[in-house]
Every structure is written in structure tokens, then in C-alpha cells.
Design a protein around this ligand. Sequence first.
Ligand code: SF4
Length: 264
Amino acid sequence: MKAIIFDIRSFSVHDGPGIRTTFFFKGCPLRCAWCHNPESHQPGLQKLSGSRRLGKQTIPFTEEIGKIISLQHALNRAEADRLFYEDSKGGITLSGGEPLMQAGFVKAFLDGARLAGIHTALDTSGFVHKSVFQEVTMSADLVLFDLKIMDADLHRKFTGKSNQLILDNFKWLIRQKTDFIIRIPLIKDITDTTENLQAIRDLLKQAKYIQRIDLLPYHQTACNKYDRLGLSYSLNHLPSYPIDKQQYVKEYFNDSAPLVTLGA
Ligand code: SF4
């Protein structure tokens, strides 16, 4: 069994509890205007070619985005960092892109890691068929679920898709005894409006097994990636999300979860 990933990151401390190894799967059905991982969007392997200026010289380059990984290789890679998980109560996180676009592999990976006694987390946008969502999330010890925009029209405008499926999957998830973390991107005048934050807070009142809310403030580091991929980036002039507003939103959600964090 094989999958296409675009990165594996050891010593991650932002993708769930403890120190984690994060596997980034290629392919995503959404196109969030602020996306920090545009290299994840296309599901297949990609070859980039172009040229770079180095002083007075122009140097041609080719670059491959994505690589094929076998299930055994993925399990071996997870196993290699076990010492760090044990000391920090960490584990592995399967992220993307949208990992559930490669659901068969992801479920087998979660099941294999769990069998080996490694804590597993699944980071998902929730935009996936209900039966797939329900089957695969049951194989994870923890679900990291993105809540972006609650208004249907605005969600479609800024991500390219309706939020109906996402909200249906989320409402199913909170009825299970599954631990989960909510991740909210903080994008000025898009996700941080009073109406949107209030709608998210209202929805979270029903969420009994919520462990944490991670707030992910917008920053500009993705601009170079869009240039490299030859993609346009509509938010390239947006400044990084202000610190004082980050604190304000953090306090706003204080009563909604046992812990609220500000991400990198
Ligand atoms: S769901 Fe995540 S990976 Fe997909 S476009 Fe949105 S931010 Fe990017």
C-alpha cells in the first residue's frame, strides 16, 4: 500500500500534544485563500522547473514536489522517533493537504501505529464523505478539526467549497467519545469577524470532548511558496496577524475549552 506525501517533520510541537512526527499528505479539495501549504493542493507528484538569479548568473532548476511512501516505510519512520513520543507524551500526526483524500492508506497507517502503541492524531478539514470521515476518525486517538468560516456563502467564497459537509461531520464527531482539538485560522476580516467567532463559540458549547483550541494567526511565510509554484496569492499584501488581536481572541475562547493556544 502506498501514498503520496510532500513532507515529514520530526519534533513538531504544534500538531497535537507532546513532540510529534507529522506526515503531510498531498491533495486537498479546498483552496483556502490563506493556505500556508499550496504545495499540498495537487494530489499527484509535481515537477517544477524554472530559473533562479544568482548574482549575474541565471541558474536553471528542476524540483519534485511529493514522494511516494509505502505503509511499511511510514510505520518505520514513525517508529524511529518513538523515544521522543514517550518522553513528551507525543506521537504521530497525519496532516496535509487533506489526509482523508488518501483514506485507505491513512486508516491503515493509524491502525498500524496504534497497534505499535504510538499515539495517533488526524488533522482534517472535515471536507470528506461522511462514511469515510466516520470510519477513519475512529482509528485515531485524537482528531484535529479545522473550523474556518461558519457562514455558508463566505465559506464558499474564501475556500471554494460549501461548509455543509464539514459542519455535518463536525456535529457527528462531537457526539462521539473521541478527543479532539479545534484549529481556527485567524485571518483579518475573514475568519476573525465578531459574527464568525461568535458562531464558532456557540457551536463549541455542545462539544464535550474538546481538549484544546489552537488559534493559528496568519503570517506571510507562504508568499515565497506561491511564487515558487507560479501561483497567485490574493493575500500577499496582508500583514501578519497583530499580537494584541491574537490575545483578544484567545481570551474570547477561554471558556470554550480546557486550553487555548496561539500557534506559530
Ligand atoms: S484545507 Fe488546509 S491544506 Fe487545504 S487549502 Fe485549506 S488551509 Fe490549505
